[in-house]
Design a protein around this ligand. Structure first.
Ligand code: GLU
Length: 335
């Protein structure tokens, strides 16, 4: 009975709200116009800014050629209806050619742009987009939307995914729907979390996937459908939302060198040994299955640990992080 009373209370509230909104619309109240969101697009290069030899040379093109202002201007006037867009050319090159000091400057550029805008879009090459995304997710201090996009086909071929990806990324950033999500990646109409996404195909347009976690949502023209959110959203507005990686408080000297050693059938000790001898502070192993290494690699790992190298065991099978048991091997302080 008490439950029924509570339910009818909810229903009465719903009906009252519905009637109230109808009444105010019927009463002629004008909807309050929402100011056009401001979005900054920061260009770093990649295929999205690529120029092809002909209209149909899908794979024969030069990446990082067109200025980001040209890309955005090609989307006008349509894009003006969803956002007031400004552009900034951070760089124009292959994503593989960026360095960690440049990553630090990119974080500063994104945080600066977010002081004056409602969201930021960063265009990059797709090869290391997952590194760009994860870095920004860890280091940007603002909780406003940061959306990374790129393309699998250059801007200038028929059927390029580049203009649609850029338009959708601006739309997503302007919508505010990923506020407090950290950095997200938007390609092929899909929204991915920076922590989960990886490039999983070399050529197809659906080159990005979030493994068994699946994408966060999709964009279908005017409809942005967000089905789940990264866990950090729960800390939105609280100090715990920010990661500990505040670059203003991390010394400007080079960050410790960390390398990746890949395991395979019969893998020798050479890779781990060479990285350790070259001064790596840490080495991540991409092991088989749940992190297995060949006997020779295991021995090299144990030697490296004795010498103070931090070893972290991961899997080359790389399922989505939420289902991956990652274990950190023991480490001794460096002598
Ligand atoms: N290798 C180039 C890069 O990562 C082009 C790849 C791409 O953007 O799809 O910048």
């Amino acid at each position: 009975m008490a439950q029924l009373a509570r339910r009818s209370g909810v229903l009465i509230t719903l009906v009252a709200l519905a009637l109230g909104s109808t009444a105010s619309l019927a009463g002629g109240a004008e909807p309050i116009p929402r100011p056009t969101p401001k979005v900054a697009v920061i260009g770093t290069g990649g295929t999205i800014a690529g120029v092809s030899r002909t209209k149909v040379s899908f794979d024969d093109y030069q990446a990082g050629k067109l200025p980001v202002s040209r890309l955005v201007n090609d989307l006008r006037p349509e894009v003006n209806r969803i956002a007031g867009v400004t552009t900034q050319q951070f760089g124009n090159k292959d994503s593989n050619n960026y360095t960690i000091p440049e990553y630090r400057r990119l974080t500063a550029a994104v945080d600066h742009a977010l002081k004056f805008n409602d969201g930021v879009v960063v265009t990059t090459g797709t090869d290391t987009m997952e590194e760009f995304a994860y870095w920004l997710d860890l280091t940007v201090r603002s909780d406003k939307p940061v959306v990374l996009t790129g393309a699998m086909r250059p801007w200038t071929v028929v059927g390029s995914d580049a203009p649609a990806n850029l338009y959708n990324a601006i739309h997503l950033a302007a919508s505010g729907r990923t506020t407090c999500f950290g950095t997200v990646v938007m390609l092929n109409d899909q929204i991915h979390a920076a922590r989960e996404v990886r490039k999983s195909d070399t050529l197809r347009l659906n080159a990005f996937s979030s493994g068994s976690s699946g994408e966060l949502g999709v964009i279908d023209q005017n409809h942005i459908r967000v089905n789940r959110a990264p866990a950090r959203v729960e800390q939105c507005g609280k100090p715990g939302w920010k990661t500990p990686f505040d670059l203003d408080r991390i010394a400007r000297r080079p960050l410790p060198k960390v390398d990746i050693a890949y395991s395979y059938q019969g893998a020798g000790p050479q890779a781990i040994k060479a990285f350790a001898d070259a001064g790596a502070a840490g080495i991540v192993t991409a092991g088989s299955g749940a992190g297995g290494l060949s006997p020779a690699m295991t021995e090299a790992r144990d030697d490296a640990v004795k010498n103070g190298v931090v070893m972290v065991s991961a899997s080359r099978a790389a399922p989505a992080p939420s289902t991956t048991p990652m274990c950190a091997a023991s480490s001794a302080p460096r002598a």
